[in-house]
Design a protein around this ligand. Structure first.
Ligand SMILES: *Cc1c(COP(=O)(O)O)cnc(C)c1O
Length: 379
């Protein structure tokens, strides 16, 4: 893939899109066929053979995402964790993975409960502290998995520092870029090797499709292995899912900017509210990762969390009292969601029990603020 000459706003609309070669349809057709005709000589004239191996809608989505991240190639999967699973399965028994300690709980659970029993070594580190990461690297360390901003505390990891430490030790680096999206953060600019997305979140953007993506800065033996795992392990997205994610990507830049603007307004409101103990949002000057986020990102994103002075009961009351926010997990859709995070993550969580996480949507910030204000009115 050649580097794009366009701004990301243009690439969101055009990369991987474009009139259908066969019919000139402006919106791409959905190719449901599972199989493709071979030529008399046994070849595959259009490059497609069987839909698990490749499908036109998936190819369009993959080329769009490779351009948005500035990578060489992208691989689409049926969910974010399926994408992560392919990366971990490309390693060998005995290899060690270092992972951001407050990464998405589903990734941590996948490593601990599925991959550790398959003899992957797993260690969780505070990736906001480069010295701690450098110290944790051993001769068996093969992969460094970083999530920034992290979940749910929005901690910021220095991607350039991670890439530098890893390169010295010949460790592969992955950034889970789900929260930031390529509009706000481009991990390849800082030397990361792979980018992972839960396309279920901002890329899809409407809470109606699951998907995952790995984008690679370079094509090499590791990406060949990922391609093999994609087709032979088979966790592939359906043509319609690919179509929905590609459609979502067209408006990604508009949504993430509007949502980030709203999140910043809400964070400022919460920071002044007497019932609130602490607000976790990298756009606030008091956030410990603020200066780094300002350098590394082009905006601070639209997820924030906050703790309440009144403890778990107060957090539950706040979530129970909202009328406009929807009480649900997940993030990245156009509608604002709110949740009591610890009870979602389960008994092994380290998330404070008075923490509320919000995914801010594209509604008017004043309406969202009024909703939170009335939900906390009794506190
Ligand atoms: C949701 C999420 C995932 C997992 O993706 P699924 O699409 O739910 O499988 C991974 N990382 C982050 C940061 C997420 O928010």
């Amino acid at each position: 893939m050649k580097k794009s000459d366009h701004h990301i706003e243009t690439d969101c609309v055009h990369a991987g899109h474009g009139p259908d070669a066969a019919t000139a349809a402006v919106s791409p057709p959905i190719y449901l066929s599972t199989t493709f005709e071979r030529g008399p000589d046994g070849s595959y004239p259009k490059g497609f053979s069987y839909a698990r191996v490749a499908n036109p809608n998936r190819a369009q989505l993959e080329s769009c995402l490779a351009v948005l991240e500035g990578g060489r190639e992208a691989l689409a999967f049926s969910s974010g964790v399926a994408a992560a699973m392919a990366v971990f399965q490309a390693l060998k028994p005995g290899d060690q993975v270092l992972c951001t300690e407050d990464a998405y709980h589903g990734i941590r659970r996948l490593l601990r409960e599925v991959l550790q029993p398959w003899r992957l070594q797993v260690r969780f580190v505070d990736s906001t502290d480069p010295a701690a990461v450098r110290k944790a690297i051993t001769p068996t360390t093969r992969l460094l998995w970083v999530e920034t901003p992290s979940n749910p505390l929005l901690r910021i990891t220095d991607l350039a520092a991670m890439a530098e430490i890893a390169q010295h030790a010949q460790v592969l680096t992955v950034c889970d870029n789900t929260f930031a999206t390529p509009v706000l953060q481009r991990p390849f600019d800082f030397g990361m090797d792979l980018v992972m997305h839960s396309a279920t979140k901002y890329l899809g953007g409407h809470s109606d499709v699951m998907g995952g993506v790995i984008v690679a800065r370079e094509s090499n033996a590791f990406t060949e292995r990922l391609r093999l795992l994609q087709s032979e392990a088979g966790a592939v997205p359906s043509p319609f899912d690919c179509w929905l994610i590609l459609r979502g990507a067209a408006t990604l830049h508009l949504r993430i900017r509007a949502q980030s603007h709203n999140a910043a307004r809400i964070a400022e409101f919460l920071a002044r509210h007497k019932a609130v103990e602490q607000v976790f949002y990298p756009g606030l000057a008091i956030h410990p990762g603020h200066a780094l986020a300002a350098r590394q990102m082009r905006g601070f994103g639209a997820v924030l969390s906050f703790t309440l002075r009144g403890g778990q009961a107060a957090a539950m009351r706040c979530v129970a009292g909202v009328k406009l926010f929807t009480r649900a997990t997940s993030l990245g859709g156009v509608e604002s969601l709110i949740e009591h995070r610890a009870s979602m993550e389960g008994p092994d969580t380290s998330t404070p029990d008075n923490l509320v996480r919000a995914s801010v949507g594209v509604e008017h910030a004043d309406d969202l603020i009024a909703d939170l204000d009335q939900a906390m009115a009794s506190q």
